[in-house]
Design a protein. Structure first.
Length: 165
């Protein structure tokens, strides 16, 4: 075997070994929260803040668990679709395209609006196990049933223009 072939073999072997290590590394980097860990997180302080950050993806998209005992603010996200799964409690999701009185959130680089009132609202009843995808730029508001604690997971997914969302 000549020097070029030997070098090529070494390079390909190194790339294969690196790829095998990366795949193993990704498999071993599973983020896992047991139900007791999530319950503990939900019971920990910050009652004035309904969202609890579970973590972030490699691209800094957030995944959260949210607990509400009163209506949330109207939200609009330009860059993110929200994927939500209802964990417990019952409530309403109000959505619409026309909002009066919203203000830019002030979170740097996010282009999100918060507050105001949805004027052309559509309401859906929500129950445990329901799965939602709220597309970017759709105003939405979670409203728990009176006297209930309403919890759900939200995963922020970066919205890509032209995907039909």
């Amino acid at each position: 075997m000549n020097k070029v072939s030997t070098l090529t073999l070494i390079v390909y072997s190194s790339i294969f070994a690196f790829n095998a290590y990366s795949q193993k590394s990704e498999v071993d980097s599973v983020v896992y929260f047991s139900v007791s860990q999530v319950d503990s997180l939900l019971q920990s302080g910050q009652q004035e803040r309904p969202s609890r950050l579970l973590g972030q993806s490699k691209d800094n998209e957030r995944y959260l668990v949210v607990v509400r005992t009163k209506p949330g603010d109207v939200e609009i996200h330009e860059q993110f679709d929200d994927v939500a799964i209802i964990r417990s409690g019952h409530g309403i999701l109000r959505t619409g395209n026309k909002v009066k009185g919203q203000k830019e959130s002030g979170n740097p680089g996010t282009r999100e609006w918060i507050g105001g009132v949805i004027e052309d609202g559509h309401e859906r009843k929500l129950s445990p196990g329901d799965f939602l995808i709220i597309p970017a730029m759709l105003a939405h508001q979670y409203i728990p049933n009176t006297g209930e604690t309403f919890t759900y997971w939200t995963i922020k997914v970066r919205h890509t223009k032209g995907t039909g969302h």
